[in-house]
Ligand binder design. Structure first.
Ligand code: AMO
Length: 434
């Protein structure tokens, strides 16, 4: 099969072997068509019953849908064929037959519910729409990787089995590690910070994070993909610049490289690369603006977190991506640095899509004693984090960074109504397999 031709590359006059799935069989009496589908598209194979070998016609027209087939023949121009060409076959081989009863219909003619699709992701991703999401996801990840590399950041991989949590608010998944309690990592936060103090200085990681969120929502996963960046010698403003650059780079790459996929998803016209600078609203301005919309039953006061409704009201008001900066110190984690001139205000920021939060970040507390004091204020035991705090005694530069949710980025970019659409095999309260 090494010398097979992709269906999209078959040109009139070629002699080809194509391999793929039996997408559809159309029997019109004297003539029958087998549509073969592969990664690149579909091609029609024509069987003229009276003119061809009986066994050949029999194999090609009785094959069950979604069987794997290999067809050898000559490619001819045929304006009536869906792609303008068709194969006149010399041989047809059923490489792997499919059961006639399929758990879902990859031609998409019969809709399936999301749980059925997730249970049968292999078949689901034979559908153009589902496949398009994951081609775009791959383009997004490649684009942010290229962008970080263009910014002189080094890709790192940090452990996912850890001794301590870092993100208050969500629970940890405990595991047993050779008889000792351990956890699945919630974020590479502490490791990426440790690396800005190393000779690498500027790092990024794209990897899984594990959150034992109890609630089941269309935008939470228990295992998500975090796009993390951290750099020495920048402040929160510098981190926001990189964050904005990474997001725009992802949109640009999708606009440039995924025209077919956007078309498949019905987004060819609507897809817009954000061009303008993202507004940077302070938390205080943000709550004032939410309150001024009049969309909330209760007015927000300083110190409140933004509810989903508040985020949505503000998103409608701003109308595009934006940052919320200068959060109250008390709502941000211990590793976020406070403003030097106002300890009640932090350098923490969020980057928002009009519909939801995509990013958290900030400048970090790099001074050892202040860092340890922050642990104590949050009721955390600094001794458990000694492996981390210790390195702040040996020359830890000022630094800043952020974490961007990979699935939320794809979800908001494509207007998906459920984050699970952007994950091959989502992990949630109900779903541990496949
Ligand atoms: P935070 O906890 O806000 O920050 O996570 C960063 C981003 O990751 C995504 N995300 C999730 N996506 C889907 N399901 C979840 N359960 C989930 N949890 C998080 C969101 C979120 O904005 N260490 C900090 C980042 C930093 O400061 O560098 C952190 O983890 O898009």
């Amino acid at each position: 099969m090494d010398d097979r031709t992709y269906t999209a590359d078959a040109e009139p006059g070629d002699h080809v072997t194509v391999a793929g799935w039996a997408h559809e069989i159309r029997d019109l009496g004297g003539i029958a068509f087998l549509i073969v589908r592969d990664k690149t598209g579909k091609i029609q194979v024509k069987f003229a019953k009276d003119e061809m070998d009986e066994d050949l016609v029999e194999t090609g027209t009785n094959v069950s849908r979604e069987s794997v087939v290999q067809v050898t023949g000559s490619v001819e121009e045929e304006p009536r064929a869906p792609t303008g060409v068709e194969i006149v076959p010399e041989s047809v081989e059923v490489v792997a037959p499919a059961d006639p009863e399929l758990p879902l219909d990859p031609s998409g003619k019969v809709d399936a519910e999301l749980p059925t699709r997730l249970d049968n992701r292999t078949l689901d991703l034979r559908r153009d729409e589902a496949k398009a999401i994951f081609e775009i996801r791959a383009t997004v990840l490649a684009a942010v990787r290229d962008y970080f590399r263009s910014q002189n950041a080094t890709e790192i991989n940090t452990p996912k089995i850890v001794a301590t949590g870092t993100e208050g608010g969500t629970e940890l998944f405990p595991i047993t590690y050779f008889g000792q309690e351990a956890f699945m990592n919630q974020s590479p936060q502490l490791f990426k910070q440790l690396m800005v103090g190393s000779g690498l200085e500027r790092v990024f990681e794209i990897g899984p994070i594990f959150r034992a969120e109890e609630h089941n929502t269309p935008r939470h996963l228990n295992e998500a993909t975090s796009i993390d960046f951290e750099s020495a010698f920048i402040d929160h403003q510098g981190a926001m610049d990189v964050c904005e650059g990474a997001l725009k780079a992802a949109y640009e790459a999708v606009a440039e490289e995924c025209a077919d996929e956007l078309e498949t998803l019905g987004l060819a016209e609507a897809f817009e690369v954000p061009e303008e600078a993202f507004p940077r609203l302070s938390y205080e301005e943000a709550i004032e603006r939410v309150n001024a919309t009049g969309d909330l039953d209760e007015q927000l006061v300083f110190g409140d977190d933004l509810s989903t409704e508040a985020e949505k009201a503000l998103g409608r008001d701003v109308g595009g991506h934006y940052f919320i900066t200068d959060w109250p110190s008390e709502v941000k984690p211990f590793y976020i640095k406070d403003h030097d001139d106002d300890p009640d205000l932090s350098t923490g920021f969020d980057m928002m899509h009009p519909n939801m939060e995509l990013v958290s970040g900030g400048q970090r507390e790099h001074r050892h004693d202040e860092l340890v004091a922050g642990f104590e204020q949050q009721g955390l035991d600094p001794d458990a984090f000694e492996y981390y705090t210790k390195m702040f005694r040996y020359g830890m530069p000022p630094h800043a960074g952020f974490g961007l949710g990979g699935e939320r980025l794809v979800m908001t970019m494509l207007g998906l109504d459920n984050i699970r659409e952007a994950v091959l095999f989502p992990r949630d309260r109900q779903r541990l397999s496949p």
